[in-house]
Design a protein around this ligand. Structure first.
Ligand SMILES: Nc1nc2c(ncn2[C@@H]2O[C@H](COP(=O)(O)OP(=O)(O)O)[C@@H](O)[C@H]2O)c(=O)[nH]1
Ligand SMILES: [Mg+2]
Length: 388
């Protein structure tokens, strides 16, 4: 743990002249209870026409911990945060960064809890509206509540990740090394439009960083206007769909299934051709072996490309691969055999309950194939392409 870590609260502003004073005051009060931390504020203003930067300059004269970064033109939230983070890290030597709104919708009183969460090992802490103790304004019209709540549920569902409850919150604490890492892998497109928040969080989770949440009540804006409209919702939805699809297409399980499917196809085609020249039994055996060669090659070059085998290791590994595949066949045979023994019981007890007429043999074969596949995946990733 760093001694007396420096915390920089980065606050992008666009036409927030009436808010920068009150937000500085509210933060200053909370800073007093952040013992052991060196607390700072960095406003990132995009040349707001309402004179926000003049108000900030007045605050800088009064409070030594207030700073400003002036951008020439309005570049959107993502750009403001990116530039703000870089300056907070290089010029102000931040150890921990916060994302925070100027409009006081983010209650600063949870900052100490968010810092405590970082101190106990979190990499990114979300100020969360959708966990116990959090909330959105009661006064919001129904459609706004609905969009906000359902939008987040939708994202959780699409991402298949239910450990995070508030994906779109703009209230966050992040450790500097994590900010540096994620900034280096986020492409520029993510800073345009409105996908900064969601994009940053998706990448942070994908990289395996520890994300946690602290609840807070999102307040209604009293001064100024929200800058986010329908295009924000649209862009967010489009972003997560794309992110999720590419996540699935790049997953090992997906590649494993495609490899297996390709193998089956190879086997059928090979069988067809071999039978033109040789007897059925031999052709059948050779087609299986051809599929195994195809599976082995694809696995090595694609599914397990990150653990690619050395050329010298390939012969021994290929034998291992054959044994693993044989194991899967054995599993299927055993399940079919045991299944047949119990078919009587099955049709006596289970079928009368579900009342459908099925070919029980097919069920056991199907179960056998599934379990066989699990075995294959297990054997490949544990033995043949062992993690280094
Ligand atoms: N520098 C900068 N700040 C922005 C920009 N767009 C929004 N902000 C600020 O980002 C924060 C969040 O925006 P806000 O409109 O409150 O979004 P909402 O809370 O989702 O309605 C506020 O402090 C805004 O002033 C921008 O293009 N540039
Ligand atoms: Mg706001």
């Amino acid at each position: 743990m760093i001694h007396n870590p420096r915390v920089v609260i980065v606050i992008p502003t666009y036409n927030e002249a009436k808010n920068v004073g009150p937000v500085t005051l509210a933060l200053g009060q909370v800073f007093r209870s952040c013992k052991g931390y060196d607390m700072h504020i960095l406003f990132v203003d995009d040349n707001s026409p309402d004179g926000t930067s003049h108000e900030i300059d007045k605050l800088i004269k009064k409070y030594p911990y207030v700073h400003i970064l002036n951008n020439k033109r309005k570049g959107g939230l993502g750009h403001a945060y990116k530039k703000g983070f870089i300056v907070a890290i290089t010029k102000y030597k931040a150890d921990i960064l916060f994302e925070f709104d100027a409009d006081l919708q983010h209650n600063p009183s949870i900052i100490p809890s968010m810092l405590a969460s970082i101190a106990s090992g979190s990499d990114l802490v979300l100020g969360s509206r959708y966990i116990k103790g959090g909330g959105i304004p009661k006064a919001w019209p129904f459609y706004r509540k609905f969009l906000s709540v359902m939008g987040n549920q939708f994202i959780r569902l699409v991402m298949g990740n239910f450990s995070v409850h508030d994906w779109t919150t703009g209230y966050r604490a992040i450790r500097t090394p994590v900010v540096k890492d994620i900034l280096s892998i986020m492409n520029n497109a993510a800073f345009q439009g409105y996908t900064w928040q969601i994009g940053f969080l998706v990448k942070t989770i994908q990289k395996g960083y520890k994300v946690s949440e602290v609840p807070f009540h999102f307040r209604d804006r009293t001064n100024g206007h929200s800058k986010l409209g329908p295009e924000y919702i649209f862009n967010t939805m489009r972003y997560i769909m794309k992110a999720r699809i590419s996540e699935i297409l790049n997953s090992r399980i997906f590649k494993f299934l495609v490899t297996g499917g390709t193998g089956t196809l190879v086997q059928i085609v090979a069988l067809y051709f071999y039978r033109m020249g040789i007897g059925y039994q031999l052709a059948n055996f050779l087609s299986i072996e051809t599929a195994i060669v195809s599976n082995f090659t694809l696995s090595n070059l694609w599914t397990f490309a990150d653990r690619k085998l050395k050329a010298t290791a390939i012969p021994a590994k290929f034998v291992q691969f054959n044994l693993a595949s044989g194991g899967s066949i054995l599993i299927q045979l055993v399940i079919a055999f045991v299944g047949e023994k119990f078919i009587g019981l099955f049709s006596l007890f289970i079928l009368p309950i579900v009342k459908i007429n099925v070919d029980t043999g097919m069920i056991f074969s199907f179960v056998g194939i599934l379990i066989g596949m699990f075995w294959n995946f297990f054997a490949y990733s544990r033995f043949v392409w062992k993690k280094k």
